[in-house]
Design a protein around this ligand. Structure first.
Ligand code: SF4
Length: 301
């Protein structure tokens, strides 16, 4: 793809098509992330249904999967009424050329996706303190919900990957970013993180859960790594540690929507970043819900 732009640094006549393409791709990514289960997500539910011995819990898992199939068929029927806050994970090839205005185009794509979905209107009006107190009410337009700050990663090659991740409110209430002293034992650290998940999982409500975990040097880095775990995590490629975390949570017996049974966690996604000379590690654990991760990736050549 050739990026041409005018001397004024605005999208030229030629680039209008490309800008439109970026907007369209991102708009579709918002809709896909919000309505469609990926193959590994369908498979993990099918396996859970097969292995579930509790009848009520099996019914709950089947209902979630049926709802996902309906959502995908209608393509404008969100997986959940809490359509979430869009977050962007942007990977830029070291040889990619970014046309001016690409970020506003991405944000425009998100806005249009939220409108077309349609997402639940969730943007709060007002000045900073009014927004905290929610005294001015909400915008009716779902497109007023601006995405969270993007995570940017440098990758080899010429491509740009844009991943839209929709983050629902329930998991945000059950998540934690804090330090853990590792005592030179990585297993201790993961056990403590799993304890955080166990403390909250019964209160999540929308189980089975999907904990996404980032371990880094700072709170910012741990959170960015947690988002990376949501961008790359797959249910059919679980590491030994991810499997152990999920198995421990499953032993809690909370089950789908708290009905008991064998399926409290569908899997876990773990990203470990660079570490610094210290006795503490900063861990971000987001206790994702039954539709997580709601994500879709588009690629610009
Ligand atoms: S926790 Fe997840 S499934 Fe439950 S309401 Fe929130 S986004 Fe929807």
């Amino acid at each position: 793809m050739e990026h041409r732009y005018s001397e004024l640094g605005k999208w030229s006549e030629d680039i209008v098509i490309e800008k439109g393409k970026v907007i369209g791709l991102v708009k579709n990514a918002v809709i896909r992330a919000s309505t469609t289960f990926r193959e590994d997500q369908v498979k993990v539910y099918e396996n859970a249904i097969e292995g579930e011995t509790n009848e009520a819990s099996r019914w709950a898992l089947e209902s979630i999967l049926r709802n996902a199939a309906l959502s995908e068929r209608k393509h404008s029927y969100p997986l959940c009424n809490d359509t979430g806050t869009p977050h962007l994970y942007v990977e830029i090839g070291e040889n990619a050329q970014l046309p001016p205005g690409v970020f506003p185009a991405i944000v425009d794509g998100v806005r249009r996706g939220l409108r077309d979905l349609p997402a639940r209107p969730m943007a709060v009006k007002g000045e900073p303190m009014e927004r905290i107190e929610q005294t001015k009410g909400l915008y009716k337009d779902p497109g007023m919900l601006v995405p969270g700050p993007p995570v940017i990663e440098n990758i080899p090659g010429r491509q740009i990957h844009i991943t839209v991740i929709m983050l629902g409110g329930g998991p945000e209430l059950r998540s934690k970013t804090y330090r853990i002293y590792h005592s030179k034992n990585a297993e201790n650290l993961l056990e403590e993180t799993t304890r955080w998940a166990l403390e909250e999982v019964a209160r999540l409500g929308c189980t089975p859960c999907v904990p996404a975990i980032g371990i880094g040097r700072t709170h910012y880095e741990a959170t960015a790594l947690m988002l990376r775990a949501m961008r790359y995590g797959r249910f059919d490629r679980q590491s030994r540690w991810e499997t152990k975390i999920a198995e421990t949570i499953n032993r809690s017996g909370v089950g789908p929507i708290g009905l008991g049974g064998r399926t409290t966690a569908l899997g876990a996604f773990l990203e470990i970043g660079p570490q610094r000379a210290s006795g503490a590690r900063i861990v971000c654990m987001r206790l994702g819900c039954c539709y997580d991760p709601r994500r879709a990736t588009v690629t610009i050549e």
